[in-house]
Design a protein around this ligand. Structure first.
Ligand SMILES: [Fe+2]
Length: 367
């Protein structure tokens, strides 16, 4: 890619002389809801992605106290539906969009509160950085939420949450709300004002059916567009990452790069992403590991699960600790640096970009 050239620097063929006739022509365009390409080519077809969204970090030490204040002041119930506070990218005009495609929020549920059931076209997940005591009920299946778990609520599944304890709980939500809103694809339906099942089992029915390594129930041979697994438990994620680093110690190929273990959460019926629009991954870096700078098409959000380190985005270094969240917009250069062992949950819109053949990746030191 020639970084030197842009539309302005090569323009020589379509700059008409000003004249009353030209002005009349442009007025004719405007009066008839027309807009010529040649005056805006660089905006409409940039040489590479130029996102309005900006790289940004939200500190957990800021997010959690604000969510707690919301818990004290704002009741949760029908209409507002959820006490969820969306991360609003500073480049996107105040809308609760963390990126042009993704929504990320901190959600807070007080002791013994219930968030009523509903369903929508948008795909959703929850990730728990700390706490326990809430069950999310997905199509009638109660799913325990605990630290390190990824919980899925794919599009059009009924879901509500209830807190079974005397302690509040906060977690993060990720959805494809902005993508859905830009493209007018959303439907919504109210369900029960309470959750349909207040049972508090350790494992959901979906886990009892599906979560046995490498084994697929013969009653479930039809592939599904979203994963049928309600909860991906921390115990297994942690084991998978631990084993990758141990294998690396033994000289075996296991990690994505030296000192960098990573897993993708997958739909067991296809081996593909957990939901059609959202990719979820977990990354573990050894202390001292630094990943090469990379750019990717599409947007990504990380949350630090454990440890300390930093992210460098567009050349700016941001120090990070547990719970901190950050967004990397399309084609923004980024790399991670681990001070201690550094565990991060990641989600992105990569399934959209890959399915539509827009994905590109550029990694420093690779062609
Ligand atoms: Fe929802």
């Amino acid at each position: 890619m020639n970084e030197e050239l842009d539309h302005e620097s090569v323009a020589h063929g379509m700059t008409p002389d000003d004249s009353p006739e030209l002005r009349a022509l442009y007025k004719g365009f405007k009066d008839n809801h027309l807009n010529p390409l040649w005056t805006q080519t660089g905006d409409l077809m940039p040489m590479h992605p130029k996102p309005k969204a900006v790289a940004h970090v939200w500190k957990w030490s800021t997010l959690l106290p604000l969510a707690e204040q919301a818990g004290a002041l704002v009741p949760v119930g029908r209409g507002g539906e959820r006490r969820a506070i969306g991360l609003a990218n500073p480049g996107l005009g105040g809308k609760a969009y963390v990126s042009p495609t993704l929504w990320a929020a901190i959600q807070y549920l007080g002791p013994h509160e219930t968030a009523p059931e509903h369903r929508h076209s948008q795909n959703a997940f929850r990730f728990v950085v700390e706490g326990e005591g809430v069950w999310t009920v997905v199509n009638g299946d109660p799913v325990r939420m605990s630290r390190g778990d990824l919980l899925l609520t794919p599009g059009w599944c009924f879901h509500g949450h209830h807190n079974d304890t005397d302690q509040p709980m906060a977690w993060i939500d990720g959805l494809d709300i902005p993508f859905s809103q830009h493209n007018d694809v959303g439907f919504f339906e109210f369900g029960s004002d309470r959750v349909t099942d207040y049972a508090t089992p350790n494992f959901s029915r979906s886990e009892r059916l599906w979560c046995h390594p490498g084994l697929r129930p013969l009653s479930q041979l039809q592939d599904t567009v979203a994963s049928p697994i309600g909860a991906y438990r921390w115990e297994f994620t942690d084991q998978a990452l631990t084993q990758q680093l141990l294998l690396e110690d033994e000289g075996q190929p296991a990690t994505v790069e030296q000192g960098h273990a990573a897993v993708r959460y997958v739909n067991p019926t296809t081996g593909g992403d957990v939901m059609p629009t959202i990719r979820c991954e977990f990354h573990r870096l050894r202390a001292g590991c630094e990943t090469p700078a990379r750019r990717e098409v599409g947007s990504t959000v990380f949350q630090v699960f454990e440890g300390t380190g930093a992210v460098v985005m567009d050349g700016e270094t941001h120090r990070l600790e547990k719970g901190d969240m950050f967004v990397i917009p399309s084609w923004v250069s980024w790399s991670l640096l681990a001070e201690s062992q550094f565990d991060l949950f990641r989600f992105s819109d990569a399934p959209i970009m890959e399915r539509l053949n827009f994905m590109r990746t550029q990694v420093d030191g690779q062609t």
